[in-house]
Design a protein around this ligand. Structure first.
Ligand code: AHM
Ligand code: MG
Length: 295
């Protein structure tokens, strides 16, 4: 059997510039997955979005900030759990966005959760198209780390003591098979409801788990569309531009797919606030182009 390619080795050959940061992120993920059984229940606090924080949300946020500060690699950070831009190290070369525990309401039911990073050299806030990389970790039956740069999208799985390459240069399968949509169906706008109905008639299967990382990961592997759409009474949807939508929009683009906020690519949204939300539609290019025409 061929020797497994470790994350460290792969980065050194293919994405040297980000090697130090992504290796750190891998170590952070290892620790988070070990702590999840013990960091349970609600914290008596709310985040800037008015959501009740869980012990795990707060712990992961503080832990990641501490570790990235120690690394000396990161200048500033925007986190879903922080109100303002956090300054980490003046000498840092990267600026990072963070969703420390995405889908954390799944913790109670032991469903999928993840961590999302967007990586920039430009100062934040800026457009998502200026990302130089993005990473997510999926704490699933097996922990996986997916990272993308302009060189492609690569997936690693945690095997015992380190991340090893599972698949390199991932491209979205054509045609896609799945769809997963957040929010209540009764609140979807009629045009969007009709679009989804047509996908169902074409044989697209519903896969929705309530964790962006988990649901996105399904689309990356089987093709299709994920959306947290504009809703009646909540036109900006739910997902956070910096912490959630931009990194995934970057990854899907490198995998040959596309994203939109209903009008144009998520990566082209001009940010007005670091905590802004955006309707998010992500998936195979053809599906996103058709959707844009309909919306
Ligand atoms: P979180 O980061 O606070 O967990 O919120 C984001 C999550 C996404 O992972 C997921 O797509 C969405 O919220 C699910 O929301 P809903 O429960 O409304 O379907
Ligand atoms: Mg989230």
């Amino acid at each position: 059997m061929a020797e497994a390619i470790t994350l460290e080795k792969y980065l050194k050959i293919n994405d040297k510039e980000l090697a130090g940061l992504i290796m750190r992120i891998g170590k952070i993920a290892e620790r988070i997955s070990k702590e999840l059984p013990y960091r349970r229940g609600k914290a008596n606090t709310q985040n800037v979005f008015g959501e009740t924080q869980l012990v795990a949300d707060k712990w992961a946020d503080e832990f990641i900030i501490k570790e990235l500060r120690k690394s000396g690699l990161v200048k500033t950070m925007i986190s879903e759990e922080q109100e303002d831009v956090v300054c980490l190290n003046d000498k840092g070369v990267f600026n990072v966005t963070l969703d420390p525990l995405d889908g954390s309401s799944n913790i109670e039911s032991n469903n999928l959760v993840g961590t999302i990073f967007g990586i920039y050299k430009k100062d934040l806030p800026t457009k998502g198209k200026h990302q130089i990389g993005a990473v997510y970790i999926l704490y699933g039956p097996v922990m996986t780390l997916v990272y993308a740069t302009k060189n492609g999208v690569n997936e690693f799985l945690y095997a015992g003591k380190e991340f090893v390459l599972k698949e390199k240069n991932i491209k979205l399968p054509e045609p896609g098979k799945l769809y997963g949509i957040g929010g209540l169906r009764k609140d979807w706008f009629p045009k969007f409801r009709k679009y989804i109905k047509e996908l169902e008639i074409q044989g697209y299967k519903l896969r929705y788990g309530g964790s962006f990382v988990g649901d996105f990961n399904q689309v990356l592997h089987y093709g299709g569309i994920f959306a947290y759409p504009s809703l009646v009474g909540k036109p900006i949807g739910k997902l956070r531009l910096f912490a959630e939508s931009n990194p995934m929009a970057f990854i899907i683009k490198q995998a040959g797919g596309a994203s939109t906020n209903g009008k144009y690519s998520i990566l082209d949204i001009n940010p007005e606030s670091i905590n802004q939300r955006t309707p998010t539609y992500i998936g195979n290019k053809k599906l996103i182009n058709n959707l844009k025409k309909i919306l």
